[in-house]
Design a protein. Structure first.
Length: 155
């Protein structure tokens, strides 16, 4: 199961952070949409992408160690994860994903990447509210309800 989870996670990274952004940069250029090319944006983008990636890797590690599972739905955590960054936000991994995409906007300057980052955050929010939170409440019951009372959904 962990091998399949790893393969799915790698596919997600390739699609969400490489293939789709590359296609959006191409479309941005093709449709002659605004393109920003400021050196300070590139530095800021590099830093933001790395902060988001570090946050995601940290969350994966916490899922493996504390949750006894992975962030991939076919091998979810067996334990409620509420330590590390999960003490401050119920969804730091999604925050990390959105941070990476926002950083790609600054790094590559494509206005479509900014739209993508906003759309991704909206998608993550809806996924959390309508799918993950009800599922976690069913799975972990009172411990999850108590966690929700103490920890905010986003930062």
């Amino acid at each position: 199961m962990r091998i399949l989870s790893t393969v799915l996670a790698i596919l997600f990274v390739i699609i969400a952070f490489i293939t789709l952004p590359t296609a959006l940069v191409y479309l941005n250029h093709y449709f002659l949409l605004p393109q920003y090319n400021f050196f300070i944006f590139k530095i800021l983008g590099f830093l933001i992408v790395n902060i988001g990636a570090a946050l995601c890797l940290y969350c994966i590690f916490i899922f493996l160690i504390s949750g006894k599972g992975t962030p991939v739905p076919i091998d979810p955590p067996k334990n409620l994860v509420s330590r590390g960054f999960y003490r401050f936000s119920r969804n730091p991994m999604y925050s990390g994903y959105a941070t990476i995409i926002l950083g790609e906007f600054f790094l590559l300057g494509s206005i479509l990447l900014l739209v993508y980052s906003l759309a991704a955050f909206l998608f993550f929010h809806l996924l959390v509210v309508y799918f993950e939170e009800p599922r976690l409440k069913r799975k972990f019951g009172k411990s999850y309800s108590d966690y929700v009372k103490k920890v905010r959904r986003w930062l």
